[in-house]
Design a protein around this ligand. Structure first.
Ligand code: SF4
Length: 624
């Protein structure tokens, strides 16, 4: 087997049992790694009782998986998964940083974490030394303090155990902040201070397991590849292509701050009441003056889309963070009525420190602000906070309350969908029309109303098995590079889509073959393997869970706000055409092999070898 370390770590936190496990080659060939393999493991182990599994209970399984591209493709990510506390389905949530490479160099392709630790703990991995350690000194601590402790302690430990290794660089760390510890559904699994796997709410899953962090250091080489020369030559070509993308290299997705809002009218403004703005003050160049480090990237990535920003003066002096990417510019900026880079950087810093997902956390702050604006929530309801648009101090206090589940924060910590339900019940009114989410997942900062956004259109979110995830949107035809089956490849192989712009599918399949030695044709991927993974995700989504009752069609629809005409801007008055949307949705269901309610047809499941899924869907009467 090439491209894989060949073994996984299975860690049961309840009984502190640690063992190595392997998957047969056929499973890796069919499910690859990352999102694909996570879906397979979750279905095999929890599928029969999926609806009874509490995502925040010890029975949930947290998976942190690499893929065969980890360590060879420019840049790197890992895929975090499990039963999602946001959608109750499975979401493959990726996070960049060096964790995947360190893990693979330590000899493991991934982690399967079960149970719940009795006391706060962290997992320490250094080559074949794997231990569960005490995290009490950092439980309750914010990001920087957590990292300081873990880096210092881990380096000391590595040096003690390996005195002849010389200088030891900091290990890779995945961790949670207070937002995760307090089991909020808006918490990210964080890496490198500002990278987060936020979709899915897996920070809360880690918190529910009393797992503060996972530290990994690998001193070994990455595993051998099948064809070294071809791997190198393809990787070189990808790197050169990335390097040529000057605009992206300079600002990363942060270059979109003005573009999406002003030109394509698809950026969330004040809880998505609008998607257009004309504030030139809020564009890539305006953020440049806060950079202290211009080109900062993940291992081997020439895109270097990260930029370190520091506020050196002013009322937020001392705030430090990765320069906000586009999603954070939007959700911790425009969506809260903020149009100044300085305030956006500050709120991103606050969010990082708390371990909130910038998208999910920002979305729920936006919801609270609109409900306050409409006088549905009063100052008293909000514990004396007045979240007027652009009131950074008020949003900071509210974010703290969310992360610590204090007062109103306890409800908002449930995320936009569940918070709108609970607040609606409290006030006796329907508030779901203000909650911009898809299947419980707040939507990425790309609106569909103008039709001009190049990421999200029409059925993009409504038909995606990952709900609001803007990196995994649905589109037709199924076998096109920008659709969900293609993203399943990125999340399973696992590579960063931002380091893969402009690279055609076929080259990805060639790279896969060069690394693993296994041939994978485009047809085989789109008609069989990716489709099988999609079906497993769809099945678990349909089975829902303790608090989601699946309503056919209604749950595969855009949120109500996306049906309101745009109130201003170049596309004023524009919204989606309902008839066209419904036709596209039906066409998507047909192409995927689902019935008119979006339920996989028995014959499709059988063709994909998923007879056990068919049996389960029959058992719960989703299939007659
Ligand atoms: S494109 Fe950006 S996020 Fe992706 S691997 Fe490169 S530096 Fe990291």
């Amino acid at each position: 087997m090439r491209g894989y370390a060949g073994k996984f770590l299975e860690i049961d936190l309840s009984n502190r049992n640690i063992k190595e496990t392997k998957f047969p080659d056929e499973v890796l060939r069919d499910y690859i790694g990352g999102r694909g393999l996570a879906t397979k493991v979750l279905w095999d182990r929890l599928g029969r009782e999926w609806e009874t599994v509490d995502p925040l209970g010890p029975e949930n399984i947290l998976l942190v998986l690499t893929g065969p591209f980890t360590g060879y493709f420019p840049g790197t990510k890992v895929c975090v998964s499990g039963k999602s506390p946001q959608s109750n389905g499975v979401i493959g949530s990726t996070v960049a940083g060096e964790f995947g490479i360190d893990l693979k160099c330590a000899g493991y392709d991934g982690l399967i974490i079960t149970g719940k630790a009795e006391k706060p703990c962290y997992v320490f991995i250094c080559d074949n030394q794997v231990e569960i350690k005490d995290a009490s000194p950092i439980w309750g601590k914010k990001a920087r303090e957590t990292l300081r402790f873990l880096v210092r302690k881990s380096i000391e430990e590595i040096k003690d155990a390996r005195p002849n290794y010389g200088e030891v660089k900091e290990p890779s760390i995945l961790y949670i902040g207070p937002a995760g510890e307090n089991k909020t559904r808006v918490a990210a699994v964080v890496a490198k201070y500002a990278h987060g796997a936020g979709y899915g709410g897996y920070g809360g899953v880690m918190g529910a397991k009393n797992l503060k962090a996972i530290v990994a250091k690998g001193f070994g080489p990455v595993p051998d590849v099948y064809d070294k020369e071809k791997t190198l030559s393809l990787a070189k070509g990808f790197s050169e292509l990335n390097f040529e993308m000057e605009r992206f290299r300079r600002w990363g997705t942060g270059g979109g701050g003005y573009f999406f809002g002003a030109e394509t009218s698809s950026e969330p403004i004040r809880n998505w009441q609008n998607e257009w703005h004309n504030k030139e003050s809020y564009k890539g160049e305006e953020f440049d003056k806060y950079w202290v480090k211009k080109n900062w990237g993940d291992f081997g990535c020439p895109t270097t889309c990260l930029k370190l920003a520091v506020l050196k003066t002013g009322r937020f002096k001392g705030a430090i963070c990765d320069n906000p990417d586009y999603e954070l510019e939007a959700y911790l900026g425009t969506n809260l009525g903020i149009f100044t880079p300085e305030e956006n950087i500050y709120l991103s810093y606050v969010s990082n420190e708390l371990g909130l997902c910038g998208i999910q956390g920002g979305a729920v702050l936006g919801l609270a602000a609109e409900l306050y604006e409409k006088e549905i929530l009063t100052k008293e309801d909000l514990d004396g906070i007045e979240p007027e648009w652009a009131n950074v101090e008020a949003f900071t206090t509210l974010a703290e309350k969310v992360a610590f589940r204090q007062g109103i924060g306890d409800i908002l910590a449930e995320g936009v969908y569940r918070a709108a339900l609970k607040l609606g019940e409290m006030k006796g009114v329907d508030l779901l029309k203000y909650a911009v989410h898809e299947k419980g997942v707040a939507i990425g900062a790309h609106g569909v109303r103008s039709g001009k956004d190049f990421i999200a259109k029409n059925i993009a979110y409504a038909c995606s098995v990952q709900g609001g995830d803007h990196t995994s949107t649905a589109s037709l035809p199924l076998d096109q590079g920008s659709g969900e089956l293609s993203t399943i490849m990125a999340d399973s192989a696992v590579f960063c889509v931002f380091a893969a712009f402009g690279i055609e599918d076929i080259k990805m399949f060639n790279f896969y073959e060069a690394v693993t030695g296994w041939k994978l044709t485009k047809k085989e991927w789109y008609n069989e393997k990716a489709l099988r993974i999609l079906h497993l995700q769809r099945a678990m989504l349909l089975l829902g869970g303790p608090d989601v009752k699946w309503k056919p069609k209604a749950d595969d629809d855009n949120p109500p706000r996306f049906w309101e005409p745009l109130p201003s801007g170049p596309y004023k008055g524009k919204t989606l055409d309902r008839k066209m949307f419904e036709e596209s949705r039906l066409e998507y269901f047909r192409a995927a092999g689902w019935n008119e309610n979006g339920v996989p047809k028995p014959e499709t499941l059988r063709r994909l070898g998923l007879e056990d899924v068919e049996a389960k869907l029959k058992e719960v009467s989703l299939i007659k």
